[in-house]
Design a protein around this ligand. Sequence first.
Ligand SMILES: Cc1cc2nc3c(=O)[nH]c(=O)nc-3n(C[C@H](O)[C@H](O)[C@H](O)COP(=O)(O)O)c2cc1C
Ligand code: SF4
Ligand code: SF4
Length: 352
Amino acid sequence: MEKPLLVYFFSGTGNARNVAHWFTGVAQEMSITNETIDIAKVDRKNIQPLPPGSMVGFVSPTHGFNYPPAMMYFIFRFPRSRGNSAFLMNTRAGMKLSKWFLPGLSGLALWLSALVLLFKGYRIVGLRSVDLPSNWISFHPGLKENVVKSIYEHCKGVTVKFATKILSGKKVYTAFRDIIQDLLISPVSIGYFFVGRFILAKSFYATNACDKCDLCINNCPVKAILTVDNRPFWSYRCESCMRCMNDCPKRAIETAHGYIIGIMCLLNMGIMIWFWQWVSGFINIPEHNGWAQTGVTLSGWVLTFAVMVVSYRIFHYLLRIPVIRQLFYYTSFTKYKFWRRYKPSRKMVAGI
Ligand SMILES: Cc1cc2nc3c(=O)[nH]c(=O)nc-3n(C[C@H](O)[C@H](O)[C@H](O)COP(=O)(O)O)c2cc1C
Ligand code: SF4
Ligand code: SF4
């Protein structure tokens, strides 16, 4: 067989990429021909079917208790099996408290993709989460370097053990331990997919420190950053993978917490109240009619989305005005020094 093992990965800040390389590193040691492929660098719509009998793996971060859409769509479009086996891995938001490693939460990440692959005729031989350091620095400060290093060493061992078993022909379904909590949080996965991720994509902006080097534009794995008014502008393609924010050489990309909090207050205390009053002035929504209630909730979401689109454009425009720019800058927690960036994972892959 020419290529018995193919490992596809998607990665924002390097965690999933490292896991993919650790896995193929084991294959290398076992003299198994392998290839590690970044899905951001291939024509995702024209993937060739696998040679019969070969194994394929998918490694991706977890975003909003699911695989990010780029990986989900890739798996949806992936060719049908020709007698192939497959394994799935997700990297999650690991933390460390004293000497304890704390896990993240997968939600639907592995289950949905495993189901799709099963329908395509694959034999699922492995399902495993790896709790690498959380990179979600829009939410919390980046972890300290020594913590990152310690989590990395722990997770490399976990991955090598998993890879050794899978490549020796064993089946490993560690993810089944989490299935109950994963199913319980699945409604949040759905909410994130339809609403949350769009709000997050619209929380980035470039400050005056930006020297227009275009690194963020060129390196974005889904080509989500445009240039509008001569400044980076985040489009809805953004998967909030955090790469641009962590890699900007000028530390010029911030999460606009002040703007997001402001717009959420405006939506919940003003626009939504007005919307409900306006709707109930036209139609009488029966309280116990589930369909009517769902219809109104969906309309609320559509309105939220529309407000976000318009307000982000206005926000981007207002950044031209120095006093307003300063206001948003000082209300972005990511601006403060203690709010570190998440970088070290890229350096650590060199050691594999
Ligand atoms: C937008 C976003 C959403 C996330 N959602 C989750 C989640 O639902 N569960 C979890 O355990 N980790 C979550 N994380 C953490 C990442 O999945 C985790 O840090 C991952 O290892 C990053 O991999 P990467 O470096 O390959 O991008 C999220 C991170 C981001 C940026
Ligand atoms: S990487 Fe930073 S400095 Fe370069 S264009 Fe993007 S925001 Fe500006
Ligand atoms: S714009 Fe930034 S956060 Fe969004 S997908 Fe691209 S690199 Fe990731």
